[in-house]
Write a protein that binds this ligand. Sequence first.
Ligand SMILES: [Fe+2]
Length: 600
Amino acid sequence: MYILGISCFYHDAAAALIRDGVLVAAAEEERFSRKKHDYGFPTRAIDFCLQQAAITGQDLDYVVFYEKPLIKFERILMSLLGTFPRSWRTFSEAMVAWFNEKLWIKNLLMSEVGVEADKALFVEHHLSHASSAFFCSPYREAAILTVDGVGEWATATMGRGTAAWNGEGENGIIFTHEQRFPHSIGLLYSAFTAWLGFKVNNGEYKVMGMAPYGEPRYLDKVYQVLRVEDDGSFWLDMDYFSYHYSPEQSFGPKFVALFGEPRGREAEFFTQLTNPEVDLGDPSVRANQHYADVAASIQRATEETLLKMANQLHRETGLKHLCMAGGVALNSVANGRLLRETPFEEIFIQPAAGDSGGALGAALYVYHVLLGQPRRFTLEHAYWGQEYSDEEVCASLDANHIPYEYLVDDERLIARVVDGLSAGRVIGFFQGRFEWGPRALGNRSILADPRRADMKQIVNDKIKFREPFRPFAPVVLEERCTNYFRLDQPERHQPARYMLYVVPILQDKWDVIPAVTHQGGTGRLQTIRRETNPRYYRVVEQFGEATGVPVLLNTSFNLRGEPIVNTPAEAFSTFSNSGLDTLVLGPYLIEKARIGQGGR
Ligand SMILES: [Fe+2]
């Protein structure tokens, strides 16, 4: 039985295909359309999923959309009418968008995917989130927490899931608590993201990266706009916000009166911690420190709210395992604290925890809950995207007359990569199926030596061109993790495979891996195990043997503002248009120094 899940029209669009409850393919549309955070109908991602299974739309048993458009429409209509006339612009824009497209999603599923009306189903937004975590997790029973911007009405839910394994038990997800729009931790964080001069839905990571440069001095002010009870329920004072009626602005004049003027769009950021030589009397330094302190304050408030929710969930369920999903579950600093500071022994978060993951969750919900089928799949890795054969890579290189070396012996190739990394070269590493979710995890990655303090700057100068205050992430062999990071029994902590935990780095290692040690001594690590990506594992392992440090700097393979590369041609173009030194495309190795010199 084939079930295709689809998410789109709000945040990241995606498609995911399961066969008899087992994941076959999952991908975000942006990787194909090359439009970052593409939220349009995921035609190309759907085509890829069908091709991967070698089927057509007619072979699908169900197509499932990740939310219920009519209920969402009701929420938008009611909240806009409730704030009329302030909402008139949003109102008119929303009506056009909904009447043009969004209300007719069933027709769209029928015409674009080619299924009959009775095969098109809809699952509520937060049920899709919850299913994406619980039905991918290894647990028979778990507490579930979903937190995001907004779905239909819900912005956060708490509940539990039960699963049937080997013919025993029953599948189900029950929500015991629900928070509703406009009260939303995700939208609150986004309002601060916008106020701090970053793009909403893209800049939240930057707020998280900026926070360690500040102190949470304004926590009391954040709690003036956000009330949180000990049981994790929360309310926003909507007088401070405008996202419920304005398309452009998420915070209002009262917010500005409380926190000050917003930071300029993508303005330069520097404080005494980013640059010890700055003049502390300089007003722009003081202003930047203020922004960092506000970033630290909203980050801290988010963490405290999630801690309260998770603690309450533990009190109510008494369960050892927690499954999390929704955009806020991508807050890896908060996730690290949830693991360390709540009684939950393990947390499961799948790599596409945001809205794209709803496609996978919706499909799994139909299979397990609506159809009552037992579980037989757990998600162990993130490699569910498209791959290219060696022949395809070779054809792409030949067609463009690119000089390469073909290294049929993988160990030789890995030795070359390790030699290059040790010599300070920055390497684009492309292999296999691209990753599901926002992180590059070794198949579309840029790798570099984390031991050099200047490597962060080098990678930024060569390709990333991103804000210098943002950290780069480390990848470490799972079994060597505890030598560097405060994460006991890393094999139990799947989110660490997907860079979803920020954890403390052991203090005596800060100087050993300075390029991936963030302000305050933390790292958003990726743990890697041999069985899920042997080649990537060998690179890190060999680097460890050569240097004594089984850690690399791993960042996503893309130019600033572009989605992560998908095809070999995109990888080569990114390589050519950047300062990357070496490109690995499967078994092919290309040195920048040799390009243009002919011969191979
Ligand atoms: Fe969501």
